[in-house]
Design a protein around this ligand. Structure first.
Ligand code: C2E
Ligand code: MG
Ligand code: MG
Length: 738
């Protein structure tokens, strides 16, 4: 149970970890996607800025070439003069391209194609053309009407000297048109600025900075970071392009500046960042939604898996822990609960009370099984009402109940029992239900629950025999009723020396073909004339006094010795594996695997012909301890099996962590399996569970054909039981296998 809680915790933690990893991966993915998309958009803006620069560069150089070509034509004439040249220029002047064209004489007097005459000696474009440069001017005010214009100029070469300058005026609007980039749904726009930030060409875009005097000054006012501005200035000073972000009126803008290659001009393109990221934001929202959806469904899956795991566990637990007829606890549950209560409440005095209904068979016969069952149920109800949380009770078998009752004094226990009895009295008309109760005051809370139960059982048997009272308290002298422990302790050492402990073998059969596939070594104490004592009568005593360690190793060595003999006598026969029981007392001995290893090696027996049977109840001594020792036994090469599996259920959940080869299904399941749906269902569940874990199942205590058939249909691999063979002597076993 503790282990199943642990598994549940691991499962939950596992899922939490998976969710965490998904969350982190999702976040990384979304951020990565966001930055990639943003960079892509930014590159796009840079590209557009670059294209604008290229367009403007192309347009200006085209215009300059046109002017230059006309200048060549004019200068090429034999007699160059304004009077001759102006009519020619009129022919050449392209009205669509320029507002007007004209010729400026070296003294600065200008004559235009539309008949105007004025002084342009102070214009930069004139001065530069006179020193042989093709020029496009910054934005100027038209001398004629004050409109904004840009002027193209080129020198006129005549007779190897500059005889004048040709100029062409272009409207500023026409220029800015080629700047308007149809990008980002019309939200993007561009300027042309000089390297000192002064405007060359404005834009009429709705979001643009209107009539600014200097781009740098303006954007520094609008919250551009000084380092970005400084970087832009440095880049421009070094003829480099670049980009940055700035905020104006609470809107973030992405700014790109690209050198045009004409004068010191730069194209500056701007677009609201929001526009750049609008599309990517949509995509990101979808990604975030998808990530959350994945996490949500994983969490949901985890939730359902954990719930179904818990439900399954609960079902199995319920199946294995409840008594079918009364719905109260059964023996397995009672043993678990009782041991826990004894361990947790060391300061409380307890007694184990065994309650038996007298002549229950007679009641069943006289009043029917229905009534019999009703009495059992009623007893459960009464016990439930008359016990508290620090007590436990269960129906152990047909009409037998165990109660772990507080025992402040014998008197108080008797009072409570009398109350219970009085509740039963009127259940059947004209019939008085009688009970017999044995009480064992528990002196040692750590004592073996089986021994406690046996002693209470002795007291109950005495109670059954007496007629005056319905109860009996276990007294020291009652020990004679069982086996005199002291006497056994006195003779056990010498019995071992005199080889009184003998190996019996009970064959194991493969259900598929009824072939012998191994045997279990079971100890018998041969006391000569006094007869043979069965293990159940001395093993609990040996487990208490520790002598079991010697006996187990003795049995193991006897089995090895026997196998060595077989190897020599029957070199051509395959020897079957033999299993040996090792008591849970050994689990505190970390050297056990080494000891077994040394004995097997002494007789040169293949370790995988030796199987170690550990009882399931060993789990009570600590699961981690059990797992560790089992791993070490496996490491030493021996086969492992868990004996009496299911009797305490405690290891059901832990099974997957136990490195076992076999599970030996507890005999108690088989006892009423054939007529009992519940036991059958437990058997099937355990077999399918072990199969799922790759562990073979051995069913013990198979006593008839019906049980064998049931096991076959449930998929059980190996069987062992009186129906196939009782434990037999070595000689009898040899007859079977050789
Ligand atoms: P176990 O290891 O579960 O052994 C199976 C017990 O069931 C044996 O009882 C066997 O005789 C009995 N059995 C087998 N088939 C049937 C069947 O069809 N019907 C019934 N009613 N019983 C069947 P056994 O030999 O009396 O041994 C009892 C227990 O004593 C063993 O249970 C085992 O836990 C313990 N034991 C026996 N030998 C040793 C030993 O050398 N060392 C230790 N530590 N324990 C031993
Ligand atoms: Mg066994
Ligand atoms: Mg067993």
């Amino acid at each position: 149970m503790k282990h199943s809680k642990k598994s549940r915790k691991i499962l939950i933690l596992g899922f939490a970890a998976v969710l965490m990893v998904l969350l982190i991966l999702g976040a990384i993915f979304v951020l990565e996607a966001k930055s990639t998309l943003y960079n892509e958009k930014n590159n796009y803006l840079e590209e557009i800025s670059y294209k604008s620069a290229e367009n403007i560069h192309g347009e200006i150089t085209g215009n300059l070439s046109t002017i230059d070509a006309i200048a060549s034509i004019l200068g090429g004439h034999e007699d160059f003069s304004v009077e001759h040249a102006l009519p020619l220029l009129k022919e050449e002047a392209n009205k669509d391209l320029f507002i007007r064209m004209g010729i400026i004489l070296p003294n600065g007097e200008a004559y235009t194609t539309d008949g105007l005459h004025f002084d342009l000696s102070q214009r930069d474009y004139f001065k530069k053309a006179m020193i042989n440069e093709n020029v496009v001017s910054d934005t100027l005010n038209d001398v004629v009407n004050g409109n904004k214009i840009n002027v193209f100029s080129a020198p006129i070469h005549h007779d190897n000297q500059i005889a004048g300058v040709i100029f062409a005026t272009k409207s500023h609007e026409a220029f800015s048109k080629s700047l308007s980039i149809e990008s980002f749904h019309g939200e993007g726009y561009s300027y042309i600025i000089k390297s000192n930030g002064e405007p060359v060409i404005q834009t009429s875009h709705k979001n643009s900075i209107e009539n600014y005097n200097n781009f740098f000054t303006d954007i520094s006012k609008s919250g551009t970071r000084t380092e970005d501005l400084q970087r832009m200035k440095n880049n421009i000073a070094n003829n480099k392009n670049g980009s940055f972000q700035y905020n104006k009126n609470n809107t973030d803008y992405q700014v790109c500046y690209t050198k045009i290659g004409i004068n010191d001009w730069y194209v500056v393109s701007l677009v609201p960042s929001q526009v750049i990221s609008a599309q990517s934001d949509k995509l990101i929202s979808k990604l975030i939604f998808l990530t959350i959806a994945i996490i949500f469904f994983t969490a949901l899956l985890g939730f359902f898996m954990i719930r179904s795991y818990e439900n399954n566990n609960k079902k199995l637990e319920k199946l294995a822990y409840t008594d079918e007829i009364t719905g109260c606890s059964n023996r397995a549950k009672f043993y678990v609960d009782a041991q826990k209560l004894l361990k947790d409440n060391t300061d409380v005095d307890y007694a184990l009370v065994l309650l038996d209904i007298r002549k229950f068979k007679v009641i069943n016969d006289m009043f029917g099984h229905e009534t019999g069952n009703d009495i059992l149920k009623r007893i459960c109800k009464i016990l439930c009402q008359n016990t508290d949380d620090a007590e436990a009770f269960a129906r152990i078998s047909s009409d037998n109940f165990d109660i772990l009752m507080k025992h402040p004094s014998d008197y108080e226990v008797i009072c409570r029992l009398e109350k219970i009895l009085s509740n039963l009295e009127n259940m059947i008309d004209d019939y008085k239900i009688e009970i017999a109760v044995g009480i064992y005051p528990i002196l040692d809370h750590n004592a073996d629950i089986n021994i406690i139960h046996d002693r209470a059982g002795v007291a109950k048997n005495i109670a059954k025999r007496q007629n005056d009272t319905f109860y009996h308290f276990f007294r020291e002298e009652n020990r004679q009723e069982i086996i005199d422990e002291k006497e056994i302790e006195n003779i056990m050492e010498s019995a071992l020396e005199h080889n009184e402990f003998e190996v019996y073998l009970q064959p194991k059969y493969l259900l598929a073909n009824n072939k012998v596939v191994g045997a279990e070594a079971l100890v018998r104490w041969n006391r000569g004339e006094a007869g043979i004592i069965q293990p159940n009568d001395f093993i609990p005593i040996f487990e208490k006094n520790g002598f079991i360690r010697k006996l187990d190793l003795y049995m193991f060595e006897k089995v090895c010795e026997l196998m060595e003999k077989w190897k020599i006598q029957h070199p051509n026969v395959e020897i079957p594996p033999i299993s040996v029981n090792i008591s849970r007392v050994h689990l505190s001995d970390q050297n056990l695997p080494t000891k077994l290893w040394a004995i097997a090696n002494k007789y040169k027996i293949d370790h995988n012909l030796l199987e170690i049977e550990l009882t399931e109840s060993a789990v009570f001594l600590g699961l981690d301890n059990m797992i560790e020792i089992m791993h070490n036994i496996k490491k030493a090469g021996f086969l492992l099996s868990i004996d009496d599996f299911g009797s305490g259920y405690s290891s059901l959940g832990a099974l997957k962590d136990l490195p076992t080869d076999f599970v030996k299904l507890d005999k108690s399941f088989l006892d009423d399996s054939v007529n009992n749906q519940r036991s059958e269902s437990i058997i099937r569940n355990i077999i399918s569970m072990t199969k799922g874990l790759g562990i073979a199942t051995v069913a013990e205590g198979v006593e008839d054909a019906a049980q064998a058939n049931l096991l076959r249909s449930a998929g059980c691999d190996i069987v062992q039981g009186f129906y196939f063979s009782k434990p037999i002597t070595i000689e009898e076993f040899e007859k079977i296998i050789f």
